[in-house]
Design a protein around this ligand. Structure first.
Ligand code: NAD
Length: 490
C-alpha cells in the first residue's frame, strides 16, 4: 500500500509507551463509512506482539499499583483536561472512522469525559470497611488491583466503550492491554497518545491492534488476570468460555434486541420523537437502540406520528452511515425478508445514496408495521436504523414477546399510567428499563449492563460495579493485647 494515499498515517501498536511497527504484520484497510475513502491501514498482529505488550504491562504493574490511588488519579485529571482540549479533533476522527454525525461524535466524547470524571472520584469510593468483630478483634477490608487486565472493544463506540474500562481499571491500580476493533482503530491510538501526554508511566497502558487472533491469544495468555469484552453475543460467548477456561475473571457484554412497549395513552409527540431518536441515533448501531415496538391496542395515531418523525431524519445530514457495505447489505436483507413475509414497509430506507458520497454506506430510517413475532427482523439484532412494529392486544402479550427473546439489555415502556409502567418495569427480563425514555442508559454512579444473552459474567461494566470487577478484596483480622502494650510503653 502506498502510504501517501492514506488520509491518516498507518496504524501502529502502542507498547511500553512507544508507537511501534512490526514490519511482518499483514495490514487491513480502514475505510470511512461516510464516503468509502481509504483512511489508513491497521496491522493484524499476532500472539508474539500481544506477549510483548503483556510483558510491558506486567513490568509496569508493581510500580503503578504501589502508587497511592490519590496520586494515580492525578494523571486522569490531566487526561480529562486533554480530552476536553482535543474534543473537536477526537469527534472528527470518530465521524471519519465510525460514520457518525458530528453531534453524535461530540456526545461520545462528552460521555468519555464523564466516565473519566467518575474514575477521578474513585479515591472517595474505594475505602474499605472496619468492624470490631469480637472484643479486641478488628476486621477490616482492603481492595487490591488484579494485575494485567485486557479490554476488547467493538466498532460502534470507538471512544466511549474504551472509556468504560480504561480510566476505572487503571485508577484502581491495574495495567492494561486493549484491543480496538480493527474497523475503527484510530480513536484508541489518539487516546493512547493523550494518556502518554497526561503523564501515564510507560507500560501501564498498551494497545495491540488485530483481529480474532489477538482476542484468542488474550483469552489464553497466562499473565492476563481479567478480560472485559464488549461486542456481539456470539463472540462474547466465545470469550467468556475460553477466558474462564484459562481461569480468568471475565465480563463479556453481548448484543441486544431492545423492545419498546407502547400503550394507547402514551403522549404521542414525546413518544414518537423519543422512539425515532432511539431507532436512528448512531444509525441504530447502539446496543441500547430501540429495535422493536410492541404496540398495545389502538396506537395507530402514534405509529403515524413515528412515520412522520422518521421522514425528518435525512441520511448524510442528521443521520450518519452504517459501518460498512456488508452491514448495509445485511440490514437491507432483513427489511426485504420481512416485506416478503407480509410486513408493511411504512418508511423505506433501502437503496439510499447520498449525493457526493456515493461510496458511503447509508441506510435511511425504516419503519415496518405488521411484523409478526416469529419473523427474523423481530427476533434478531439488526443493528441499523430500523423499527419493526408488532401489534398486540394486551400488555401481558407484549411482555411475553419481550421475555421470550434471548437478549436482555433494555426495555422501554411509554404510558402516562404509573401502575402500568411499574408493571412492565418489574416484569421485563432486561438489565435496564426506560419509562418514557427511548435510550435508558444509566449514568454514573449507576452501572451499565444487561441480562441474559446480553451479558456473561457477574457484575456490570461501569459505575460502582466496576470497582468490584477490577479489584480483589483482602480481609484482615487483627488482635492486639492492649495490656501487654501498655506495660511495655510504661
Ligand atoms: P464483534 O463481536 O464482531 O467484535 C467485537 C470484538 O471482537 C472486536 O474487537 C473484534 O475484533 C473481535 N472479534 C470479532 N469476531 C471475533 C471472533 N470470531 N473471535 C474472536 N474475536 C472476534 O462486534 P462488533 O460488530 O464490533 O460490534 C457490534 C456488536 O457489539 C453488537 O452486537 C452490539 O450490540 C454489541 N455491543 C454491545 C454493547 C453492550 O453494552 N452490551 C455495547 C456496544 C456494542
Amino acid at each position: 500500500m502506498d502510504t501517501l494515499t492514506l488520509k491518516h498515517p498507518k496504524v501502529q501498536q502502542f507498547i511500553n509507551g512507544h508507537f511501534v511497527d512490526f514490519p511482518d504484520d499483514p495490514y487491513l484497510d480502514v475505510i470511512s463509512p461516510l464516503d468509502g475513502s481509504l483512511l489508513s491501514t491497521v496491522p493484524l498482529s499476532n500472539a508474539e506482539t500481544l506477549d510483548k505488550a503483556v510483558q510491558a504491562a506486567k513490568t509496569a504493574f508493581p510500580l503503578w499499583s504501589a502508587i497511592p490511588i490519590k496520586e494515580r488519579v492525578q494523571v486522569f485529571y490531566e487526561y480529562m483536561n486533554l480530552l476536553k482540549k482535543n474534543s473537536r479533533a477526537l469527534s472528527e476522527l470518530i465521524c471519519e472512522e465510525g460514520g457518525k454525525t458530528l453531534i453524535e461524535a461530540r456526545a461520545e466524547i462528552d460521555k468519555s469525559i464523564e466516565l473519566t470524571e467518575f474514575a477521578c472520584s474513585l479515591p472517595q469510593m474505594i475505602g474499605g470497611e472496619v468492624l470490631e468483630v469480637s472484643r479486641g478483634v478488628e476486621c477490616h477490608s482492603e481492595r487490591y488491583p488484579l494485575g494485567v487486565v485486557a479490554s476488547i472493544v467493538p466498532f460502534n463506540f470507538p471512544s466511549m466503550v474504551p472509556h468504560w474500562t480504561i480510566p476505572n481499571a487503571l485508577v484502581l491500580g491495574n495495567t492494561m492491554v486493549i484491543k480496538p476493533s480493527e474497523q475503527v482503530p484510530l480513536s484508541v491510538m489518539r487516546i493512547a497518545a493523550l494518556l502518554k501526554e497526561a503523564g501515564l508511566p510507560d507500560g501501564v497502558f498498551n494497545v495491540v491492534n488485530g483481529d480474532r487472533t489477538i482476542v484468542e491469544a488474550i483469552c489464553d495468555h497466562p499473565d492476563i488476570a481479567a478480560i472485559s469484552f464488549v461486542g456481539s453475543t456470539q463472540v462474547a460467548k466465545l470469550v467468556y468460555t475460553r477466558g474462564t477456561a484459562s481461569l480468568k475473571r471475565v465480563l463479556a457484554l453481548g448484543g441486544a434486541k431492545n423492545h419498546l412497549i407502547v400503550l394507547p395513552d402514551a403522549v404521542p409527540d414525546m413518544t414518537a420523537s423519543n422512539i425515532v431518536a432511539s431507532v436512528t441515533g448512531c444509525c441504530g448501531q447502539r446496543c441500547m437502540a430501540a429495535s422493536i415496538m410492541l404496540g398495545v391496542g389502538e396506537v395507530d395515531h402514534i405509529v403515524d406520528q413515528i412515520c412522520e418523525e422518521a421522514q425528518k431524519v435525512i441520511p448524510g445530514q442528521n443521520l450518519g452511515a452504517v459501518i460498512s457495505q456488508q452491514a448495509k447489505e445485511r440490514i437491507e436483507n432483513y427489511i426485504t425478508e420481512a416485506e416478503k413475509l407480509g410486513a408493511r414497509i411504512r418508511v423505506d430506507g433501502r437503496n439510499t445514496v447520498v449525493s457526493g458520497k456515493e461510496d458511503g454506506s447509508y441506510v435511511g430510517p425504516t419503519i415496518i408495521d405488521n411484523v409478526t413475532s416469529d419473523m427474523a427482523i423481530a427476533r434478531e439484532e439488526v443493528f441499523g436504523p430500523v423499527l419493526a412494529i408488532v401489534r398486540t392486544q394486551t400488555v401481558s402479550e407484549a411482555l411475553a414477546i419481550e421475555n421470550s427473546n434471548p437478549y436482555g439489555n433494555a426495555t422501554g415502556v411509554f404510558t402516562q399510567n404509573g401502575s402500568a409502567a411499574r408493571y412492565v418495569a418489574e416484569r421485563a427480563s432486561t438489565g435496564m428499563v426506560g419509562i418514557n425514555i427511548g435510550v435508558p442508559v444509566p449514568r454514573e454512579p449507576f452501572s451499565f449492563g444487561g441480562w441474559n444473552e446480553s451479558k456473561f459474567g457477574a457484575l456490570d461494566i461501569t459505575g460502582k460495579s466496576s470497582i468490584e470487577f477490577w479489584t480483589k478484596l483482602k480481609k484482615i483480622t487483627t488482635k492486639w493485647n492492649a495490656e501487654a502494650g501498655v506495660n511495655w510503653m510504661s
